[in-house]
Design a protein around this ligand. Structure first.
Ligand code: KG4
Ligand code: ZN
Length: 461
């Protein structure tokens, strides 16, 4: 046995808090065992904190040794059970997503207990299909990456348990991944020229984040939502308009909006008086609900059965909602670009990722915003914007390269094992000058941010 299991952490540290000698010895053995070429492999040198950051600042390259790295990524933070296998050079060997479409359609949202059950039912099959599609067995993997937060605890646990079983049984290191970092970093798999620092707008069902990505694991939060995220507003609008939720609400609203007049319903843009980069969608949701009620739209009547007048009135609401929801993004992004250029004048790109970034109207409008500042818009393809295993595997690769991973867990966790799950886990520290008065102070049970943990571990070295 290469590793002394008694020295393993009970949780994912993500931060390599082991004594350097332990790490160096065991990792050298580990890299040999996994046929990584030690001389080419930067992690074996355990560089100082300064060089660590500078290595990840360099542009991504497909150096030959990167091809040796093959990482399985597992994602179960919300309603999609996803897995993928990605090579160090960015090649996607396979990916599988099992969505809880029927549950979503039936309940119009994610019910944690049912989502957990659905994940548990399919996780083994999803991972097996991912291996089969790649034509690999677990023995050929270099590491396992898994989302540990933020997300629903019950759901995260299913993925983490599976990841630890695979890693434990096949003696693989394990990387705990931040879901929102993964949404941002998958853009670097797609756009090989994308270097740190860059600005990212991450828009999903649970998050609205504007972050300045200084480096791997180092983010400044310029803005976040003070209540609901934009994806939640799309989902509720779809539900109240009686749309087919099987592919989640966003795509249904986007499609119907194409038929509508986006100027016909006067919704007001949220937070106009707050000159910051935070978001709010709760008020817009209420405005939509009232517009629907005043037009006597009955969500129980499916769109297909609606009269043409009813259909056009639903389309007008969808289009008007989408226009205003995106105007709010445009206004915040313009300001965030200005702030970001003051902090990091070298930024050249705005990354837009997360489920809502698959919306074509969102992309087109944000493209206009970045053009004003001569920046480039980088959006991953739609299937990499919504939750997926590729982003987790890729973020695992990026972190693994700089030594941020844990050694293999034991083959079997004890019954009462406390998993390190981080349901509320900020990505970065808040930008002090951008703090909003309207910002919610709900900070209970928030895990220290990824950035603060990385910075603390670097200082210890
Ligand atoms: O990132 P994601 O897959 O899961 C979370 O981390 O939440 O994002 C899901 C969200 C859902 O709210 C869904 O309605 C929204 O992304 N979404 C869209 C579109 N596709 C997915 N919203 C607007 N337009 C779309 N085409
Ligand atoms: Zn997501």
């Amino acid at each position: 046995m290469v590793y002394s299991l008694s020295t393993l952490p009970s949780t994912f540290s993500r931060l390599n808090l082991f004594p350097k000698t332990f790490k160096a010895l065991n990792l050298q053995r580990f890299h040999k065992q996994h046929r990584l070429r030690p001389l080419n492999y930067p992690l074996l040198h355990f560089p100082s904190s300064a060089t660590r950051f500078s290595t990840s600042r360099s542009p991504l390259s497909s150096k030959p040794f990167d091809d040796d790295l093959v990482v399985l990524g597992i994602e179960t933070s919300c309603d999609d059970t996803a897995a993928a296998i990605v090579r160090g050079n960015g090649e996607i060997l396979s990916q599988v997503v099992s969505s809880q479409a029927d549950l979503l359609a039936r309940y119009g949202g994610v019910a944690p207990k049912m989502a957990e059950e659905a994940h548990s039912q399919v996780i083994d099959q999803v991972v097996q299909d991912t291996l089969d599609k790649a034509g690999l067995t677990e023995k050929e993997l270099s590491a396992v990456a898994v989302t540990i937060g933020p997300g629903l605890s019950l759901c995260l646990r299913v993925g983490v348990q599976k990841a630890r079983r695979v890693a434990g049984n096949f003696n693989l290191p394990i990387i705990g991944v931040h879901h929102m970092e993964a949404h941002a970093l998958v853009a670097r798999l797609i756009e090989k020229e994308l270097q740190f620092p860059f600005l990212a707008l991450l828009i999903s069902g649970g998050h609205n984040l504007l972050v300045l990505a200084h480096d791997l694991g180092h983010y400044t939060q310029l803005g976040t939502t003070i209540d609901d995220a934009i994806g939640e507003a799309f989902d509720k609008t779809a539900k109240w308009l009686g749309l087919d939720m099987r592919k989640s609400g966003g795509p249904a609203v986007e499609q119907l909006a194409r038929e509508g007049d986006a100027e016909s319903v006067r919704f007001s843009i949220p937070m106009k008086q707050h000159k910051d980069c935070n978001f709010s969608y709760a008020g817009l949701k209420t405005q939509v609900k009232m517009a629907i009620a005043s037009r006597n739209i009955d969500a129980k009547v499916p769109l297909l059965c609606a009269s043409s007048q009813d259909r056009s009135s639903r389309a007008d609401i969808a289009a008007s909602f989408q226009r205003v929801a995106v105007l709010h993004l445009e206004e915040r992004c313009g300001r965030a670009v200005e702030w970001a250029l003051k902090i990091e004048p070298s930024i050249k790109q705005l990354v837009v990722s997360g489920g809502v970034a698959s919306n074509q109207y969102v992309r087109a409008r944000l493209d206009q915003v970045v053009k004003k500042y001569s920046l480039q818009l980088v959006c991953p393809p739609p299937n990499l914007c919504t939750d997926n295993g590729v982003m987790v595997a890729w973020t695992g690769i990026e972190n693994f390269r700089v030594g941020r991973y844990d050694p293999p867990p034991p083959a079997n966790d004890p019954e009462d094992f406390m998993y390190d799950l981080r349901p509320r886990w900020p990505l970065g520290e808040e930008y002090a000058e951008g703090r909003s008065e309207a910002r919610s102070l709900r900070r209970a049970r928030v895990h220290p941010s990824l950035t603060s943990l990385v910075q603390a571990s670097l200082q210890q070295q």
